[in-house]
Design a protein around this ligand. Structure first.
Ligand code: SF4
Ligand code: SF4
Length: 181
């Protein structure tokens, strides 16, 4: 297994790198480290948080996106990042099978005539954190915006906490695995 795994690389550029990264993350989750439990709980809370704010977002996209002339759902946005792979593994789920041959600028492989086919809580984080100007303008004018914004901030904090816990577990795992002299 190749360690350390990097959070910086753009995984969609290489199928090989994507699967090596996925295998490395799975290896950590297979290690049954006691602290993985906390990461799993955080991932579950993130998933529930995204499900809670989903109706507000859905209502807004249903109004704004049909008028859009520059749809943001292009193929390169549909791939999981390193952090997304941690989240999905923490939930005990498998990422989708990707077609790595598709052009970056082609329509996203998960885009259907009725919008994204992935549950919102399972979409790449880049999709879930992105609100274009028109969409944001519309959302900000709705009375529910304040509570939506607070929930989004809470989810972002949980996400950061999950990542820092994962980094801690990884460094302990690597330390335990390293040859003793
Ligand atoms: S989120 Fe914005 S850019 Fe993306 S499809 Fe909707 S209106 Fe268009
Ligand atoms: S929201 Fe769905 S369809 Fe749009 S880029 Fe993300 S994964 Fe693809």
């Amino acid at each position: 297994m190749m360690f350390p795994i990097s959070s910086e690389e753009d995984l969609h550029l290489s199928e090989n790198l994507y699967y090596r990264t996925l295998d490395s993350i799975k290896e950590i989750f297979d290690s049954d480290h006691i602290k993985l439990q906390k990461i799993k709980i955080l991932a579950q809370r993130i998933k529930e948080g995204i499900e809670n704010i989903s109706p507000f977002i859905q209502h807004s996209t249903e109004i704004i996106c049909p008028r859009c002339t520059n749809i943001c759902c292009i193929n390169k946005h549909g791939y999981y990042s390193y952090e997304d792979l941690i989240y999905v593994n923490a939930l005990g789920l498998e990422p989708p099978g990707y077609d790595f041959t598709r052009d970056d600028s082609a329509p996203c492989q998960f885009l259907s005539g009725k919008g994204c086919i992935m549950d919102r809580s399972m979409r790449p984080s880049g999709c879930n954190w992105y609100f274009c100007e028109d969409l944001l303008d519309y959302m900000e004018r709705r009375p529910e915006y304040g509570s939506f914004d607070n929930e989004l901030k809470d989810i972002a904090e949980l996400w950061l906490e999950m990542m820092s816990e994962f980094e801690r577990v990884t460094s302990i795992y690597l330390h335990q695995r390293s040859p003793k002299h």
